[in-house]
Design a protein around this ligand. Structure first.
Ligand SMILES: [Zn+2]
Ligand SMILES: [Zn+2]
Length: 395
């Protein structure tokens, strides 16, 4: 079987599904319509599945012989709270919600791969688990899927995922040894003082000056405490307090994110944010509370063996010349939860085409995808599965 020929022959089907998802985006853990659509398509293809995973919208399909080795392929389902400005004819009908991270394409490509794999089911030397998970964007849907046992019964031995990548031209596939995406944690810092008249600073405890010092001092974590050859980021992304000229507010609320390519460095960064914010706030007579809402995403680390399989699969689909070693990114990805438990590889699928305007970054309100990449991504999923099952059969 030629995977790319097979997926190219169903290109319109894949594109149609993608556009339908794109037009009806849903936020993390609210992917009801999306989930129903996936279930409907799997039913049409005659693929058995279990629905209701990870808060209700996750779907797991199975193709092949469940008594043989098992390889899992993953797609994420959620969109973002962004007002779409792409101008596409299939623009979001849910104003304020947009598939700006390409998860619509991830689902459509996995369904394309499912159709091809199902047509070739009798030749599979094992089984392929199709993992459609909710809430990649900050909700750690993958962690819930793992806790609910998505990697068991049958036991998954290799796992693969991909993300559309506007930095790479369409036709290229990016892979990377080791850490590819960062560990990511959000934080809130509440700085409480005593408000009052801005003309009488002696009668207030000013949280604005204290918060400003906290922002400045947090910069020393990466510059003075981390290995200069490592990769860490501490960003303050919101600084809110006060409304007017002559009033010192009682409280300032900072928000930010901390990232690292190593879990140890990330743990150290988190600890130091708490210590520095509290100590600096206290020095300025303020009370400080530091919260870390949500879940820390681990770094996404490609397994050496799984990456070798991914490389060989990608070579079959696009040829050796179209394989690129991509630099790591400080973006986070909850595929990391699977990769912590199963030898896994995560690939970057080129969708960049300047003429078509598909080089804008992920999460941009005008984000667009070069749909020529969809049969390539679907074929890559097929090839991942076939390569990994062949190796597991040999083992
Ligand atoms: Zn995203
Ligand atoms: Zn994404």
């Amino acid at each position: 079987m030629n995977a790319l020929q097979s997926t190219s022959s169903i290109r319109e089907w894949i594109v149609g599904i993608r556009r339908d998802f794109h037009q009806h985006p849903e936020l993390a853990y609210g992917e009801q319509r999306t989930s129903a659509k996936i279930q409907e398509l799997l039913s049409e293809l005659g693929i058995p599945f279990e629905a209701g995973a990870a808060g209700g919208t996750g779907v797991v399909g199975l193709i092949g012989d469940p008594t043989g080795p098992c390889v899992a392929l993953r797609a994420d389902m959620d969109a973002l709270p962004i007002v779409e400005a792409s101008g596409a004819s299939f623009t979001s009908v849910n104003r304020g919600v947009m598939h700006a991270c390409g998860h619509d394409t991830h689902m459509a490509m996995l369904l394309g791969a499912a159709r091809v794999l199902k047509e070739n089911e009798s030749s599979l030397s094992g089984c392929v688990k199709l993992v459609f998970q909710p809430a990649e964007e900050g909700g750690a849907g993958a962690q819930k899927m793992c806790e609910e046992g998505v990697l068991e019964n049958p036991k998954v031995e290799r796992m693969f995922g991909m993300h559309v990548w506007p930095l790479l031209d369409t036709g290229l596939i990016g892979l990377r040894e080791g850490a590819f995406l960062a560990s990511a944690t959000f934080f809130d810092i509440f700085v409480r003082g005593v408000g009052g008249h801005a003309a009488m600073p002696n009668l207030v405890v000013d949280p604005i000056v204290a918060a400003a010092q906290i922002v400045t001092n947090l910069q020393s974590i990466v510059s003075r405490e981390r290995d200069p050859f490592g990769s860490d980021v501490v960003s303050i992304s919101a600084f809110n307090g006060g409304d007017t000229y002559n009033v010192i507010p009682p409280e300032v609320h900072l928000k930010g994110t901390v990232r690292s390519l190593s879990l140890e460095a990330q743990a150290a960064n988190i600890k130091r944010i708490e210590e520095i914010a509290t100590a600096i706030g206290t020095a300025h007579r303020c009370e400080v509370t530091v919260n870390f809402p949500g879940v820390t995403y681990p770094p996404t680390v490609n397994d050496h063996g799984a990456l070798k399989l991914a490389r060989s699969a990608a070579k079959q689909v696009v040829g050796a010349d179209a394989l690129v070693v991509v630099p790591p990114t400080m973006g986070g990805e909850d595929f990391s939860f699977y990769a912590q438990l199963v030898p896994s590889a995560f690939a970057a699928l080129g969708i960049g085409n300047a003429e078509k305007g598909t080089t804008l970054s992920l999460h941009h309100p005008q984000f667009q995808v070069d749909e020529d990449a969809l049969p390539i991504g679907a074929a890559l999923h097929v090839a991942f599965a076939l390569e990994a099952l062949a190796e597991l059969a040999r083992a």
